[in-house]
Design a protein around this ligand. Sequence first.
Ligand SMILES: Nc1nc2c(ncn2[C@@H]2O[C@H](COP(=O)(O)OP(=O)(O)OP(=O)(O)O)[C@@H](O)[C@H]2O)c(=O)[nH]1
Ligand SMILES: [Mg+2]
Length: 168
Amino acid sequence: MGTSVSSLHITFVGRTNVGKSRLVDCIFHQKNCDGKEFPGNETESKTESVRILPNGEITIVSTVIVDDKAELDLTNKAFFNSDFFILVLDAREELFNIETNLISYFQNNQVPFLIAVNKIEFGTNPHLLAELDALEVTYFEVSCKENAGLESFRKKLIHLLPDEKKIN
Ligand SMILES: Nc1nc2c(ncn2[C@@H]2O[C@H](COP(=O)(O)OP(=O)(O)OP(=O)(O)O)[C@@H](O)[C@H]2O)c(=O)[nH]1
Ligand SMILES: [Mg+2]
């Protein structure tokens, strides 16, 4: 049984256009995973409050954009202050340095994180999966557009949330 705390902060991080905002919608608002088009393409990182479970406490969810030239900025306290990270990848791509560096950072600092490999209806790049396997990370293959893999992803996320912050 967890104590109820209102400060859980989850950060969705990934390149622009990978589907971070849509994944937030699917996981927390249970919308926009219905095959319809979704406008997408914001240009700024943002933060909102959601309820992760019915009657749950407020959870803060941020989406943070990284690009291929981004460096891992360890002085960015606001970013690293998060309780849980979700790295969102496009199933057609391979890892960029920033993503590999983020994964190493999470692993070396025992930061809880999950990886969502999104847009799998286009086919998944076998090199990407080989890279993820080599790094021994847990990843979920999902499609926000086709509503695939999202329920298992959501269950795993809730299961992995830090114990002391877990919602009753
Ligand atoms: N085909 C397909 N399109 C998707 C999927 N998930 C998201 N999209 C589309 O990809 C585009 C970008 O989605 P967003 O959720 O806005 O991506 P984002 O990572 O938040 O983008 P930024 O905020 O610009 O960094 C939108 O047109 C979405 O509808 C998916 O699983 N399949
Ligand atoms: Mg977005």
